[in-house]
Design a binder for this molecule. Structure first.
Ligand SMILES: [Zn+2]
Length: 312
């Protein structure tokens, strides 16, 4: 039923959009490419690469959980009218799958971030995840995000070859900033003693970060926020905190803090004080007021929170 509903919706709209999409005029600042991105990380990336020749609409704002996000009718309309859709893939946007298929059949081009990577670059889910074959949180590997940047620039250049040089230049300067970010992360992590490099968070978004920068990462809820943490998980993780003398855990902006609070309580009942060391951005960027509204600022904010929480 849902599929039928989307199909007729998109069908109706793309009849209207057909005249707009078949534009022959050159893509420029005055006539930008209309890009729709799912998550805020991807919207930010497309803005950096596309610069003044793209107009990016992001569907998910600060604090929005992409695993759980159901596209609204207005989202479907926005996507059907777009010149280009940009999304993560690997089932991060689980409830968009049918819409993506329909848009693809209607000939709306898409850039899928995960297509930049080989299977060997991807991490498996730690435990049984019904819908996930691979860990979708690829943006937390800076190396992977660099590959994604290059891929997105190439794809954009294919769609709009007239501006290829411009997109490649934008990508190059962004890659330099990603390199600077990596240096910043490595330098700050030095402040955390090696035996304290445990990152305990609400859900398992940080495995790529852990892999790249040498942290043990434990998510209370698994990769997908829709799998609930059981009391057994909380109790087992509380024992783990005691055994490894872990004194700080973190909440996430797009996940309820309830389970992390229960974990802190469970550790306290074992005579072990654990601090809620602050909020990490996992599956969405933060607000501009929080100075976390770009990928680079979001990652720096996370690193500062992690290091300040775990350093002696
Ligand atoms: Zn997630």
């Amino acid at each position: 039923m849902i599929l039928l509903k989307y199909f007729s919706l998109i069908l109706g709209i793309s009849m209207l959009a057909a005249c707009g999409n078949g534009q022959e005029t050159e893509i420029s600042e005055e006539n930008p490419l209309n890009v729709v991105a799912t998550t805020s990380m991807i919207a930010d990336l497309m803005e950096r690469i596309g610069g003044e020749t793209v107009e990016v609409s992001g569907l998910m704002g600060p604090g929005v959980d992409p695993h759980d996000y159901q596209p609204s009718t207005s989202d479907v309309n926005t996507m059907a009218e777009a010149d280009l859709i940009a999304y993560n893939g690997l089932m991060l946007e689980e409830r968009f799958v049918e819409v993506f298929e329909q848009l693809d059949q209607r000939g709306v081009p898409s850039i899928i971030m995960a297509d930049a990577l080989n299977e060997g670059d991807l991490l498996d889910p730690e435990e049984d995840e019904e819908s996930l074959e691979f860990d979708p949180h690829i943006w937390f590997s800076v190396t992977h995000w660099e590959a994604v940047t290059a891929h997105a620039a190439d794809q954009l250049s294919e769609i709009d070859p007239d501006n290829e040089d411009y997109y490649q230049e934008n990508a190059d300067s962004y890659l330099t900033e990603l390199d600077e970010l990596r240096t910043y992360i490595e330098e700050r992590i030095e402040e955390v003693p090696e035996q304290s490099r445990y990152l305990v968070t609400a859900h398992d978004a940080f495995q790529y970060f852990g892999e790249e920068f040498g942290f043990d990462v434990i998510g209370l809820q698994g990769l997908n926020t829709q799998t609930e943490a059981g009391t057994g998980d909380i109790s087992g993780l509380a024992d783990f905190l005691v055994d490894n003398q872990i004194n700080a855990v973190f909440v996430e902006s797009s996940v309820s803090p309830r389970n992390i609070e229960a974990l802190i309580e469970a550790a306290r009942s074992r005579g072990h004080e654990v601090e809620n060391a602050g909020e990490l951005y996992s599956d969405a960027l933060g607000s501009s007021e929080a100075d976390a509204d770009t990928y680079l600022k979001m990652y720096r904010s996370n690193i500062d929170t992690i290091v300040d929480g775990l350093a002696d």
